[in-house]
Design a protein around this ligand. Sequence first.
Ligand SMILES: NC(=O)c1ccc[n+]([C@@H]2O[C@H](COP(=O)([O-])OP(=O)(O)OC[C@H]3O[C@@H](n4cnc5c(N)ncnc54)[C@H](OP(=O)(O)O)[C@@H]3O)[C@@H](O)[C@H]2O)c1
Length: 279
Amino acid sequence: MASKVVLLTGGSSGIGAAAATALAKKDFIVYAAARRTDLMAPLKAAGINVIPLDVTDDASAAAAVNSIMAAEGRIDVLVNNAGYGSYGALEEVPLAQGRAQLEVNVIGLARLTQLVLPGMRARRSGTIINISSMGGRLATPLGSWYHASKYAVEGISDALRLELEPLGIHVALIEPGSIRTDWGTIAAENLRAASSAGPYARQAAAVAARLEDSSKPDAAMTSPASVIADAIVRAASATRPKTRYQVGFGARPMILLSHLLPDRIFDELMRWTFRLPRV
Ligand SMILES: NC(=O)c1ccc[n+]([C@@H]2O[C@H](COP(=O)([O-])OP(=O)(O)OC[C@H]3O[C@@H](n4cnc5c(N)ncnc54)[C@H](OP(=O)(O)O)[C@@H]3O)[C@@H](O)[C@H]2O)c1
């Protein structure tokens, strides 16, 4: 059987870089896309195709998809992985930053999906893998816009699964737990920039410390990006992928607890987890 062609966004770092490597090892033809192509020299050296992509830019997204279609004639798997955490108290985060969060994590995902679907429909086959988060099923303090974006990814994916199933196209959600990547450092930076000086300063300091800890190479209570990469390979290889893959530290138990516990008890658990001070 011919190798499947994969377009993976957010390939320059963390989960995306690990997934590109894992997919290439399993003989997928991988196109790893991101803005910082300079970081992707090791992927190139491993035989992975590296392409520039800003998921917020129509022309950039169209050019990325067109270049793969011209070279391969098809895209079998789209992995919508590009994303970041815009943390900060809702009162203090400028709306432009909230919009920017949705533009990358939600609209960017929809933009790429729209571009690959005509080809997948024509072949009546394909798999779309959306990287959500356990944060698409439960909320952490000071993460309003991030959770808005990941809850939206969950809703889009559930609706899309229904509409694409009759066309032979699969949709799978990956819901990572806490993973050691740059994500935590970037979310902490955004949080400090928005909320370190105002009325939420003490909460922000506590949450930023936890977010930053999760990025450290020796961080406890986290999993390596390879755990998520393996789940992406499983979803991309399956003839009928699971609808949801809850993988990485905390994902399964925390999502389960968020369903089982009354909201206010779960809130207490989150306050305790983030060592949130009472204001
Ligand atoms: N780490 C975690 O604990 C965790 C948990 C749950 C879910 N996730 C999700 O997993 C995904 C990958 O995150 P990660 O942990 O691997 O973080 P990361 O190491 O910071 O990687 C994020 C990737 O997203 C790309 N990206 C950001 N904005 C982009 C844009 N406008 N256009 C194209 N690419 C863009 C970045 O590439 P460029 O900057 O080079 O463009 C980078 O490759 C994200 O969707 C994140 O929300 C992470």
